[in-house]
Structure formats: C-alpha cells, structure tokens
Write a protein that binds this ligand. Structure first.
Ligand code: F6P
Length: 437
C-alpha cells in the first residue's frame, strides 16, 4: 500500500473522465478567458494534476475540476436530480443548498428535483414523491444537521432508477454519498451509458470515515473529528478526576481509522489509539493491558480511543449485515471496557466509557466543512454542465479534481503503518509502535 495514498496504486488505472459529447455552448459565467490575469477564469479541459505524489507514476493524472468555457448543457434545458444516500453526515444539507444555488443562480436551471430517502426514492414505484427545490426551499437548511431529503441504505435496481430519471426528464443527477452510494451511482451511470441516455451522473463524496480512494478528504469528516475530539477531551477530564482513572472512547470507523487517528491528534489527550488497520494483542508483554498497567502506574490516568472496527479478532462475529451489505460489527468498546475493568482490577482503576455514537455525524457542518461542501457543490455543477459523467468530484493535493467513478469504487483508503499520519499518532500517544507479541 502506498502510505500517502492509503491504497494500492494500479499503474493501469484509467483516469479518463467520460463525457456525454462535445461541449459547444458558451458558459454564462462571464469569467476571464485569459489565464493568470488575476481574475477568476475558466479551467481548461486539459489541465491535469499528478495522482501519485511520490512522482513514481507520472502518467497517472487527474483532470482538474472547475468551470469550463464551453458547456454541454444550456441551463434552460436542464432538469437536475439530487439524492442523498447512506448514513447521515455533517454537510449534506450544505451540499444540497450549494447545488441548488449554483444550478439556479449561475446556470439558470429552473427544474431541480430532490429524491426522498436515498436510492429508495428513485425507484419507479417509490411511495415518496420527489421534492421540487428552489433557492427559497433550501435557504435555511445548512443550519441543520442531517439531510432535508432524508436518506437510506440499501441497493435498488439501477434500471428502475434510470426509468425514473427518464420519467422525470432528468438529464443531470447528483448522488451525495459514501462508498456504497458511489457503487450504486456507478451502476446508474453504467445503465445510463448502456442506453445511450444524455444524463450526466456526478457523485459528491460524503462520509465521516474519509475512506474513499483517490479523494483526500470527504465532507463531514472535519466536523466529525472535531466532535470526536471533544469526546476524547471529556474522557481525559474524567480520567484525571479519579485515582487511576481510565477514559475510554469508542468512535465510528468500520474499516478505516481516520476519525480515531485524527481526533487523537486534535485532542492530544489519548495515550492509546486503536484502529482497524493495526492489529493488537490484549495479553502479553506487548499487549495493550500491560501497556495500560504501565501507564497507570506511571501517570495515574490514561485515555484510550478505539475505532469500531478495531480488534474484531478478539470478538465473536455477529454474522449479520446491514441493508448496504456491510458486516455488522461486534462492540469493541463495551468489550474493552469490561476487559480492562476486569484485568486491571488490582491497579484500583476506575473506568469511564464514552460512546458519542451518532452525535459525531448528526451535527451541522462546522466552518471548514461548510466551506468545503459549498466548493464541492459548485465543482459538481460545473462538471455536470460541461457534460462530464461517471465522475466524482474529489480533492487531491488541495486541488478539486474529477475522479472516474470506476476509480473511486475500487478499494478503500486505509491508514498505512508507514504513513506520517500513523507516525504522528504513535508520537502523540506515546503508545508502543507494535502492540503484537
Ligand atoms: O459509513 C459511515 C458510518 O458513520 C460508519 O462509520 C459507521 O460504521 C456507520 O456509518 C454506522 O451507520 P448506520 O448505523 O447508519 O449503519
């Protein structure tokens, strides 16, 4: 795994962005056509950014996002659809609002539909009618967490959803979601392409887990980390408030530990951070119990952060899956709480367990996410207007990019043991590099 990318880089990866056809309608944005003249200008279609920051794969490049001088669509001919899917995430409303405003004010689009409750609301026999969206309908929604459209997990038949797009006359679809949603969006795009339909299908990357490949940051992550960091600070206060106090915080993060690692760095208070990517033993010289015993004797308090997907080998598998097909994990937080309590009884510890659970994702977007959501929405609209399709709007090396849905649905981003991020975590917590005997 490449430690900076967080994924295995396939040298044959095709980063070409599919398009609906020739873009020949002059943009209504009135931007400068002279590059670098100090006035905001159009992004030429051939500007690229290196995909591999190591410089090892110079041929792999992402297309840059941005407004194009020539568009495939004219605003007055557009009917746009918006759908929000999967678990809630801070910023969903900001993205909906951003899309509506950009479509309406910048490009003059007057027909915008919001599908209800995720892909479920796009099925042909959905009981929920889509909402008609105008700037008036969305003017306050960014102040609230969640999504005004509602969301859901689960697969739906792509053919039925594309039939709905035909029925509603939609020629531009924005799917806001995480990895499961992007896989569903890819299927919709594949069906649209098979039918030769002129529908731009664009993904907007949402997930507090920040685990989408080739996308530096997904929206909602920053807010989730900030709230998670408050939970860790609270655990520290509790741990210091009792003799031999231990604060234990369990955070979301099924397969990737980015929330736990980043909240650990933000709070500076955790002494042990456990993520799904790094194995750990309980017992033995290098096990976490011995480390906690040492820490308690030395400092009289300790804070432990554990991601929900960490240490699953110590638990009995539930054998269950959720509506999206994700394995339902056993509860590592409760298990660790009970194990530490029992095993460190002789140290006279007092353990305080905090699971902020959905609190970290039901909140409204913080300032950083609010800015980011607005930018993602604008770039998504520019992409769709230019006739880009089968594409997710991404962020790479601090630039907004177009990532083919095919690339964004191959694999998942993980923390590498060799990454600077993990080195920072180990340095900050003071935990041993290896927690395996
Ligand atoms: O995928 C985002 C996420 O917040 C994960 O971190 C978590 O495992 C999951 O959603 C839980 O969501 P739900 O309970 O809605 O399935």
């Amino acid at each position: 795994m490449d430690e900076r990318l967080g994924i295995e880089l396939d040298k044959d990866l095709d980063l070409t962005i599919p398009t609906l056809g020739e873009a020949k309608h002059p943009s209504p944005l009135n931007l400068s056509t002279v590059l670098n003249d100090g006035i905001a200008d159009y992004t030429p279609d051939d500007v690229r950014i290196l995909a591999d920051p190591t410089g090892n794969n110079l041929e792999l490049k992402f297309e840059m996002a941005g407004p194009r001088q020539l568009n495939y669509f004219k605003g007055q001919d557009v009917a746009a659809g918006i759908v929000t899917c999967g678990g809630l995430c801070p910023g969903m409303n900001n993205v909906i609002r951003g899309l509506v405003h950009q479509l309406w004010h910048a490009y003059g689009v007057r027909r915008i539909l919001g599908f209800r409750y995720g892909f479920r609301g796009m099925t042909i026999d959905s009981p929920d009618r889509p909402l008609i969206l105008t700037p008036d309908d969305v003017h306050n929604i960014h102040l609230m967490g969640g999504t005004m459209l509602g969301s859901s997990r689960g697969h739906q038949k792509p053919e039925g959803m594309v039939d709905t797009l035909y029925k509603q006359g939609i020629n531009m679809l924005f799917c806001i979601g995480g990895d499961g949603t992007m896989r569903g969006t890819r299927k919709i795009w594949e069906d649209v392409s098979r039918r030769g339909a002129e529908i731009a299908v664009i993904g907007v990357p949402k997930t507090i887990d920040n685990d989408l490949p080739f996308i530096e940051r997904t929206f909602g992550f920053d807010t989730a980390v900030s709230i998670a960091s408050d939970a860790i600070k609270a655990a520290h206060v509790e741990a210091c408030g009792a003799p031999n106090g231990i604060g234990l915080v369990r955070l979301m993060g099924r397969h990737s530990g980015y929330i736990s690692a980043s909240a650990t760095l933000a709070s500076r208070e955790a002494n042990l951070c456990l993520v799904p990517e790094m194995q750990f033993d309980l017992e033995g010289e290098r096990g976490i119990l011995e480390y906690l015993r040492w820490r308690i004797r030395k400092r009289g308090h300790a804070v432990v952060v554990v991601a929900e997907g960490a240490g699953q080998k110590h638990l009995e598998a539930t054998g269950k899956r959720d509506a999206s097909g994700n394995v339902k994990l056993a509860d590592i937080g409760v298990f660790l709480r009970d194990t530490i309590k029992a095993e460190l009884k002789d140290e006279g510890i007092s353990i305080k367990y905090i699971d902020p659970s959905y609190i970290i994702r039901a909140a409204a977007a913080n300032a950083a996410d609010a800015i980011f959501c607005g930018q993602l929405a604008e770039e998504a609209v520019h992409a769709a207007m230019a006739g880009k399709t089968g594409t997710v709007v991404g962020l790479w090396l601090s630039n907004f990019t177009h990532v083919p849905l095919v690339a964004a649905t191959t694999g998942r981003k993980h923390i590498s043991a060799d990454s600077a991020l993990w080195r920072n975590v180990v340095d900050t917590t003071g935990q041993p590099k290896l927690l395996i005997n």
